[in-house]
Design a protein around this ligand. Structure first.
Ligand code: TRP
Ligand code: ZN
Length: 889
């Protein structure tokens, strides 16, 4: 039950419900303009529960149309019904009883996209986290598990397809008047679905509408046949082929890697245009933002292909980590999300390239989670209080949560990790579990004590890891000193030393890992992992002829801020020599990031270190590395990333200038090599979405930006745009045009040509909107005003709203943080409008303000003013208010 407005829900207040719901039987009748829902549930008091306690069901904007106990309508004196809840008194003290509840909702006006709503005419539902209570009164919390049987009725023409969780049982036309039925039912039909697996209400789903489909089948390891179908809006099913392939590969991978098989006869996916997040793992009926299903080479980039593969896998993997084993309460959200992100990352690593995937994940973690962990929205991976649970689907829960699982695997080793996972599946199948339950499985399977490790779930913030090395030539000894520290932040959680697994290597002067003898250590060192458990540790190696290069925190073995004052020589050497590819990337990007941040702080780029630029050029050409990795090593961080690296007193105009200068310097330095590479990579091969092909395109397209910056003209990008035969190449060229040459006539023409070609394709049009909103130049805010007035702009569509709002506030610090505060004011105005339609998406977009305190004083004051004005508006949603209150606190 939700607390009174303003009062947070607290973990320490958790207690079981007095009542259990064993089975739910629903009939949902869909009409134009409304839906009637009849929910019959079999309840009983739990053992030991208060026999006089009333039943208090959750509701949200509901209208009660009927209520019976057993076969009798309930006397009005025994219940209180309101939009937010239904309380029933004097229910039987013992035994099972049946309640039947009628509700009526209006899907057509549901712009929050939570509960039952319509997207382009299609009826669909979103129930996580608290959407089921917008369909019927219920104990809408994840520890109430029931089996569901659902009957859907709708017009045959408006909704030929009727889907729900579980397996299909029966269906057909409703009897019309001639068959003795209701004459109004003549054109209607029904379907019944049965889900035998007990589940929490947040996994409930139905979909109904005119849908096309792509069908396939899968035989599980034990020989069971599963029917697979992906449903799309009419005419788009052929774009679901790659998603279907990714689904089948996910199913196979989960069998091989984790021994997990699928458990129903059918697995259905529906692609929806209006969707708040990426996708949703409803049992047997995953509902997706169509962005993560629909692809073809002409409309989707390689990044889109990778995104589809990841999200398809993620939702499929939830069937075990989330559905078969769910969360006891929403404080345990990382139990399913962090673990499932870890699983989808491992899948992508196995299907594509492990180092490239790891670099991408670490890059994402630093861009999204680090700022959250170091700002006003900080919270531990396992929070202890929330005002609005929608606001806790965060990078900390998902991505840092995944890092914690990864650290458990590093600490225990792969074999013991797998044993722990096996025990978790065996012990908790069918449960609503806690993080403690999960950790206990690894302790019991391995004998390890993870008490200290558990601090990672409780303590918010990014620990700092300081590293020093001292080499003594005469003794041939290398001393490593490690020290950890954690600053108290907004969450007010502890700062105790944690268990930090530090993977490392000692690289010889000519390359290759050295394996010197350990002389002494005051902490555990196992093969290539130092277990830092105290505040500091000293480790001494001996028998070294020369000082090796220290490759520290390999594969980013812990989510820490590395403070290591290694010399430029060491970084350059590691960038070339480290046998660990992640280590090569880490050394070079740290060097580039530090150089950019220093230039911003000192007020000008000066002359960038030529050896550093040469190392980037060399990496781009290094045939020993896969092209995708070469692209990662040769690209400059974006302005948002540099803004984060500068960290305080930021002037985003300087960030912009410094980056422009560095990009041109890189282009000059690498001109001949980059041109050669671009020509060599320009094969005429047919498009393949494979990671290898995508990597070659990524490298070729990465070089376009520095080359164009060095040339100072848009010619190269114009040629690339004209020659492009797939969306990756086309968008890369158009981005260079719009971001580097905004005033060129050629840019205007290219943008217009792109629009004309893709006007009817919403996913491509999102790219067109975002590309312009993220252009770092003075005219952007005026352009953005025109974009939101464009006939194709629709604030109620989350993808479209995100394209423009996050295009400015997330991807374009030059404009969002512009010194006169106009960017902040524009964003605040948009948030107010969006909040009235879709609070969840408004609140998510508002998190762009989280780093306002890291700006220089003028911008800081302007941001604070815009935030305060927004906060003072009457009628804000709980979602947006929660974010604003915490951001300003
Ligand atoms: N559980 C979903 C996932 O991570 C995400 C999700 C949570 C969601 N809340 C949502 C999706 C609200 C849509 C709307 O896979
Ligand atoms: Zn998830």
């Amino acid at each position: 039950m939700r607390n009174e407005d303003g009062a947070p829900v607290r973990l320490e207040d958790y207690r079981q419900t007095d009542f259990a719901i064993r089975h739910v039987d629903m009939t949902i009748r869909l009409f134009e303009g409304h839906a009637d829902i009849t929910t019959r549930m079999d309840l009983s008091r739990r053992d030991g529960a208060d026999v006089t306690a009333p039943l208090m069901l959750d509701g949200d904007e509901l209208v009660l149309t009927g209520l019976s106990l057993g076969d009798e309508p309930l006397d009005a004196a025994r219940f209180d019904a309101g939009p937010d809840g239904l309380t029933i008194r004097d229910l039987p003290a013992t035994g099972e009883f049946r309640l039947t509840i009628g509700t009526r909702v209006v899907p057509e006006t549901n712009t929050k996209l939570m509960g039952l709503y319509r997207s382009n005419g299609i009826w669909c539902t979103q129930c996580e986290a608290e959407g089921f209570r917008r369909i019927t009164y219920f104990l809408d919390r994840p520890d109430v598990l029931a089996t569901y049987r659902v009957r859907l009725e709708a017009d045959r023409n408006a909704a030929p397809v009727l889907l729900a969780n579980g397996n299909p049982v029966e269906g057909g036309p409703l009897p019309g008047a001639s068959e003795g039925g209701d004459p109004a039912d003549a054109l209607r039909h029904f379907a019944v679905w049965d889900d035998p697996f007990p589940k929490p209400s947040y996994l409930f789903a139905i979909v109904a509408g005119r849908l096309d489909s792509l069908h396939n089948s899968y035989t599980t390891a034990s020989g069971r046949d599963v029917s697979l179908t992906i449903y799309t809006e009419p005419g788009l099913a052929e774009r679901a082929g790659y998603a279907m392939d990714a689904l089948k590969r996910s199913m196979r991978w989960d069998e091989r890697r984790f021994g997990r098989e699928y458990d129903l006869d059918v697995f259905n996916i529906v692609a929806i245009s209006d969707f708040n997040m990426g996708a949703m793992e409803n049992k047997g009926l995953n509902v997706f933002n169509h962005k993560y299903v629909l692809l073809d080479p002409d409309t989707a980039t390689d990044a889109d292909y990778a995104g589809v593969e990841t999200v398809i896998a993620h939702e499929y993997f939830h069937n075990w980590t989330g559905n078969r084993i769910t969360c006891r309460d929403w404080f345990q959200l990382c139990l399913k999300e962090g673990l499932t992100v870890y699983r989808d990352q491992e899948f992508s690593s196995d299907e594509r390239s492990r180092p490239v995937k790891r670099i991408a994940s670490v890059h994402g973690l630093k861009a999204n989670q680090f700022p959250e962990d170091q700002g006003p929205l900080q919270h531990p991976v396992r929070p202890v209080a929330y005002r609005e649970i929608n606001n806790f689907y965060t990078a900390t829960i998902y991505d840092k949560g995944a890092e914690l699982v990864r650290m458990i695997a590093t600490i225990l080793g792969q074999d013991a990790f797998r044993k722990g996972m096996d025990l978790y599946f065996e012990r908790h199948d069918g449960d609503a579990a806690t993080v403690e339950d999960f950790i206990a499985c690894f302790e019991d399977a391995s004998g390890a004590d993870l008490t200290q490790f558990f601090l990672w779930y409780r303590q918010a913030g990014t620990p700092q890891l300081e590293v020093r090395q001292i080499f003594d030539e005469t003794s041939g000894r290398l001393t490593l000193e490690l020290r950890q520290s954690l600053q108290a932040g907004a969450a007010g959680t502890g700062t105790l030393p944690m268990h930090i697994p530090v993977r490392f290597g000692l690289v010889g002067r000519n390359g290759g890992d050295l394996a010197p003898a350990l002389h002494s250590a005051d902490t555990r060192v196992e093969a290539d992992v130092i277990h830092l458990t105290q505040e500091q540790a000293t480790i001494v190696f001996e028998g070294l002829d020369e000082r090796p290069y220290l490759s520290i925190l390999r594969d980013f073995s812990a989510p820490v801020q590395l403070a290591y004052k290694e010399s430029s020589q060491d970084r350059l050497a590691l960038a070339r020599l480290d046998p660990n590819p992640f280590g090569r990337w880490r050394a070079l990007t740290d060097m580039v990031g530090d150089a950019l941040a220093a230039a911003v702080r000192s007020g000008g780029a000066g002359t960038p270190d030529e050896r550093m630029l040469d190392a980037m050029v060399e990496a781009a050409q290094d045939e020993a590395l896969e092209p995708a990795l070469r692209a990662q090593m040769a690209s400059l961080p974006g302005e948002a990333e540099i803004t984060r690296l500068v960290a305080d007193n930021v002037d985003t105009d300087r960030v912009h200038d410094v980056r422009v200068e560095m990009l041109a310097a890189l282009g000059h330095r690498g001109k001949a090599a980059f041109e050669r590479l671009r020509a060599a990579l320009d094969t005429q091969e047919a498009f393949s979405p494979s990671a290898d092909s995508a990597g070659r395109r990524a490298l070729r397209n990465t070089l376009l930006a520095p080359l164009s910056a060095a040339l100072g003209t848009s010619e190269l990008a114009q040629e690339a745009f004209a020659a492009s035969r797939n969306m990756s190449d086309r968008l890369a060229a158009l981005t260079v045009l719009a971001h580097q040459f905004p005033e060129d006539a050629a840019t205007r023409q290219a943008l217009a040509a792109f629009y004309d070609r893709f006007e009817e394709d919403p996913l491509v049009l999102d790219k067109w909107f975002m590309l312009q909103a993220s252009a770092p130049h003075a005219g952007t805010l005026a352009r953005v005003e025109a974009l939101v007035a464009h006939p194709k702009f629709r604030l109620a569509n989350p993808n479209r709203a995100r394209a423009v709002l996050a295009g400015v506030a997330g991807l374009n610090p030059y404009v969002f943080h512009q010194a006169d505060g106009a960017g902040y004011r524009w964003m605040a105005g948009m948030l107010a409008e969006l909040d009235a339609l879709n609070p969840q998406t408004a609140a998510r977009m508002a998190t762009a303000f989280r780093s306002w305190r890291s700006m220089e004083p003028g911008r800081r004051a302007a941001a604070q003013e815009a935030l305060r004005q927004l906060q003072a508006r009457p009628g804000l949603s709980r979602d947006l208010k929660d974010i604003l209150d915490r951001t300003l606190a």
